[in-house]
Write a protein that binds this ligand. Sequence first.
Ligand SMILES: NC(=O)C1=CN([C@@H]2O[C@H](COP(=O)(O)OP(=O)(O)OC[C@H]3O[C@@H](n4cnc5c(N)ncnc54)[C@H](OP(=O)(O)O)[C@@H]3O)[C@@H](O)[C@H]2O)[C@@H](O)CC1
Ligand SMILES: [K+]
Length: 481
Amino acid sequence: MRTAYSVETVRTAERELMARLPEGALMQRAAAGLAAACADVLGRVYGSRVVLLVGSGDNGGDALYAGARLARRGAGVTALLLAPERTHAGGLAALRGAGGNTVTGGDGFLGTAQELIGRADLVVDGIVGIGGKGGLRPDAATLAGFAAGSRAVVVAVDLPSGVEADTGEVLGPAVHADLTVTFGTHKPGLLIDPAREYAGSVRLVDIGLDLPERAELEALQHADVAARLPAPGAESDKYRRGVVGIAAGSARYPGAAVLAVSGALRGGAGAVRYVGPAADAVISRFPETLVSDLGPARAGRVQAWVVGPGAGDDASAVAEVLEAEVPVLVDADGLRLADRATVRGRTAPTLLTPHAGEAAALLGVSRESVEGARLASVRELAARYGATVLLKGSTTLIADPGGGVVRVNPTGTAWLATAGSGDVLSGLAGSLLASGLSASDAGSVGAYLHGLAGRFAADGAPVGAHDVAEAVRDAWRDVMG
Ligand SMILES: NC(=O)C1=CN([C@@H]2O[C@H](COP(=O)(O)OP(=O)(O)OC[C@H]3O[C@@H](n4cnc5c(N)ncnc54)[C@H](OP(=O)(O)O)[C@@H]3O)[C@@H](O)[C@H]2O)[C@@H](O)CC1
Ligand SMILES: [K+]
């Protein structure tokens, strides 16, 4: 499991560790890891041109000590000091002692900075780290702009300066890094868009922090998914493996039903039961589906329901499904039609799977505000509905209603932004629910397989949703290794 911790937790762990270590030891560990990453990026350190962007805190201190290490290996290092009178004193002395140069504020500062950054091979962003709040201040923002326009590789120290560490929000100008070298643990902002996009690839340097059991954010890895996937035993028959009911599609949108069933058939349930007006389309594509033309309440036993994809305005199917005392996944049109009080009153688990636009409608805010604040939005929806919520998008998040750790899916790909892809995911995650996974596991394992399947199916070229469904088996095999 990859985990991310909040700034507050990092600060606490840092204090405890610092109390046991000689002064400055922690910063030296950070700087050593940072310098090693910079050397890897440069390839050849000797003779390279390195520019450090140095703010007023310890983040700048890390950059200065790492710069000193690079200078000792023969790099030409210049530090641009954004707050000369408050620069980390030890770091500054180390850099100067190693032969590095400094440029301080005043007339001509930005002109000189532009020239230096324009000629640099590497820019190290030590403007601000976990102590930062709000977008970058004007001079810092100007330097970030120079870095973005130069051919230099940009390495961010701990976080790209200007992004919110705890939320992944970006409130103004921020540094665009190629690589972020982060210390002790990932921060939520490194895993959640839009901040994630500013981080580039992320390298974690272990500095010995002792972190608590409960993280802020966690991302499943292959082994975590493998441990949760349902496996049929010798005693299994189709009913013991779980039957997933799909109440989806309409005369207008029969395809949504077909795609939800295609996902459900690949999710591990023993059988898929379909209820709705698209039975002919479903059967002709997937003859193994059990179909019923009675409503969900009389369709026969299921261990979990999926309701909503392509449902149009069929509120009665949604209401009937929500009455069932089995886990229910509500997606697409179903989200609009589901009564909030009914969802809150359910005793069996409920999993809501909105994309940003649907989440915005449920919260009564704009789509942009959900996309800009994904973590807060998914938590708010989970709390309001008393349900597990999977917020789809460039970084899919899964939150349980009681607060607690939020899951982030690491396998997403932009190719999944294709019509019907969400229907496949709802069937897949519903099938996992029917197999006995918790709502949070069904959502996060479903999203993981779906993302991986999207990558396999796309392989660098556009895909249709049915290709994604077909590639779920490859993803499953890959995970089981
Ligand atoms: N935790 C650990 O285990 C370890 C932590 N380490 C390192 O320490 C870093 C944290 O250092 P930190 O606490 O000194 O804060 P930091 O991020 O340098 O920023 C504070 C300064 O920035 C300024 N500032 C604020 N917002 C701004 C903005 N938007 N735009 C521009 N400036 C802004 C603010 O100025 P002020 O508001 O006072 O004017 C303040 O002085 C951490 O990220 C990691 O790199 C490692 O060395 C060792 C292990
Ligand atoms: K930084």
